[in-house]
Design a protein around this ligand. Sequence first.
Ligand code: ASP
Ligand code: MG
Length: 417
Amino acid sequence: MALIVQKYGGTSLGSIERIKAVAERVKHARDRGDSLVVVVSAMAGETNRLLGLAGALAEQPEPRETDVLAATGEQLSSALLAIRLQVLGCPAVSLLGYQVPIATDSNHGRARIMSANPARVLKTLAEGRVAVVAGYQGVDDYGDVTTLGRGASDLTAVALAAALKADGCEIYTDVDGVYTADPGVCAQARRLARISYDEMLEMAGLGAKVLQLRSVELARRYNVPLVVKSSFTEDSEGTWVGHEDRSMEDVLVSGITLDQNQSKLTIAGVHDRPGLAARIFGPIAASGVVVDMIIQNASADGRTDVTFTVARGDLHRALEVLRGVAAEIGAAGVRSEEQVAKVSVVGVGMRTHAGVAAKMFEVLAAERVNIEMISTSEIKISVVVRAKYGELATRVLHDAFVTGGGVEGAAPEGGQG
Ligand code: ASP
Ligand code: MG
């Protein structure tokens, strides 16, 4: 008998009909003899609706109260699913964050999990019942309700799977796995059968929304293999996310990601001297803005430009801070481009194969797409391009690396190919 954690997202539970369908699925799995812990998200749109209510009453609602409010979304769906399971003759109990308990720090709205106590869930399972756990929420040292950040029901599922030493953690959503690119942008995109944690982390961080970033980090740390599947089809094989193995290196590029939600800022004509970057990025960081890519040009006349990207929602705050810095340090000026896109190729195969970057630049050049910034890591190359070229760049890179199979003549480093 296996212990399985299943997690159902908001669209999977988006209506009474969907909740009935999920209950059937859970019952099916239990009829096979497995012990089941089911983590639920709020019904689709519910968390936004709740936060909207608070926003209609106060400009800056107190985070403690916002958490009490937002956590009701998962309270509702956990009760509804348990109610339906009981109708199907499948004994089930809903458990809220504080009842498990999922212990967190007191950072309301983005609390970190300190521990997930497996005792009560195990007792529930031992009684032959399904534990339906409300995702996204926990309880702090004061006994107050906390939430773990948007999309964090995935995190609840992984934390429980780790604490329970579960045999599997299945994440059910409205797509049947992780794709080589966004199918809405690239018709050729296909489902990946397997992907490594590292690749998934890059893809999640780069804006592929299938799994929440922190849940993948936690899964890697505690060796929780994940499978991402659709709850809308019967025969979804999904995508396995796990540790890298040799065969994964044979695939040069696993996916192309597109982040359309970026802006670019430049502070121009600054005196190039030690401490410059600290003077610029210290105040930016202090304002809570996360900077992504940075380039600084060397210059002949001792003046330099520094360009960087931020999430579009942070542009105005970053601009304000940067204008202040520019005035203080006597820069020539500040420029910004609100709409830029970041396109990335991701694959663990890059660790051992050369030539990916060169090929990427060639492919973009052939389409006359100008590259404005470049950054690389061991398993990723990202470029910033004009926003209007983002989708085109994604498609041609997908054609070249995924459909087309990659770099001609690329040889494993140090080997003979
Ligand atoms: N309901 C929460 C949200 O919308 C958590 C989740 O869905 O995972 O962010
Ligand atoms: Mg989600």
